[in-house]
Design a protein around this ligand. Structure first.
Ligand code: PAF
Length: 282
């Protein structure tokens, strides 16, 4: 496995390898868990060589967010990627991505505006900018993202389409703990009690699915049931509900009538940790 911090080495390796081999890129911020490793495994299924990038992107964190405390267990990450048969790990410094004088940012597409876009202003500007840069440095044939960051996958898809970026996208299913909690690098912040209460996110989504499968199509009813499950009689629930919505799976906007398909999305704080999750209905 090649490990490089040098964008020129990463680019040259990808360009040369792509002549005969299909290359997949899996962009990450490290602190890898089974969810990330499932993306790597998916990448192996659809490509010949897999490149993983590890970069905690400061441009997608607001000043009050967890950039400095974001976990960076790099030795463990590299051992896991070696075990998964990754060909190249690109591990750039901040300066390699944002050199002095850097001033060009992507204006994110419309689907970036609701939900995370409202609660985390500037987040998708940072995501789009770094993802486009990573696609330029590593011109792979396909990129694999996780459905756990549902809005992010729609935002990247719209950017790729709008800017004619020559890459296909593959969105892999969310990997969950046995009790249903979506795997996330941020789960490692949770105390035992918070870990127990974090399960309310999954219970809220499961409740929406249960009602949807019973025929409930009133958005307000579905959302009210999700909020109730998130609160779970306060001391057992999350500390703050940021959103719990059932929306159009493509635009993320509320639908007048919910028909065959919708997506339920939740964001909540447990202690100081912000967690998100989602489930397709129908
Ligand atoms: O999903 C993530 O881990 C990040 O948002 C990404 C796509 C690696 C960009 O920094």
């Amino acid at each position: 496995m090649i490990v490089t911090a040098d964008p020129h080495v990463a680019r040259q390796w990808t360009v040369l390898t792509s002549v005969t081999r299909r290359v997949a890129i899996v962009p990450t911020m490290g602190a890898l868990h089974d969810g990330h490793l499932s993306l790597v495994r998916r990448a192996h299924e659809i490509a010949d060589e897999v490149v993983v990038t590890i970069f905690v992107n400061p441009a997608q964190f607001a000043p009050n967010e967890d950039l400095t405390r974001y976990p960076r267990p790099i030795d463990e990450d590299l051992a896991a990627l070696r075990h998964e048969g990754v060909s190249l790990v690109f591990l750039p410094s901040n300066d390699a991505i944002y050199p002095p004088g850097f001033s060009t940012y992507i204006e994110p597409p419309a689907v970036a505006q609701p939900l995370e876009g409202l609660l985390r202003p500037g987040h998708f500007r940072g995501v789009c900018t770094v993802v486009l840069k990573l696609f330029q440095i590593i011109p792979a044939a396909v990129a694999v993202f996780g459905q756990k960051d549902y809005q992010q996958s729609l935002v990247v898809a719209a950017m790729v389409k709008d800017l004619d970026v020559a890459i296909s996208l593959d969105v892999a299913q969310t990997v969950r703990e046995t009790d249903g909690l979506a795997m996330s690098s941020r789960n490692r912040y949770l105390t035992t009690d918070q870990r127990r209460r974090a399960l309310c996110l999954w219970q809220s989504l499961s409740r929406a699915r249960e009602l949807f499968n019973q025929g409930q199509r009133e958005r307000c009813q579905l959302e009210a049931a999700m909020i109730e499950a998130l609160k779970a009689g306060r001391p057992n629930g999350v500390d703050r509900v940021e959103y719990a919505v059932v929306v159009d799976p493509q635009t993320l906007l509320p639908m007048n009538t919910i028909d065959a398909r919708a997506v339920a999305l939740v964001a909540a704080k447990v202690g100081t940790t912000r967690l998100i999750d989602n489930l397709i209905l129908g």
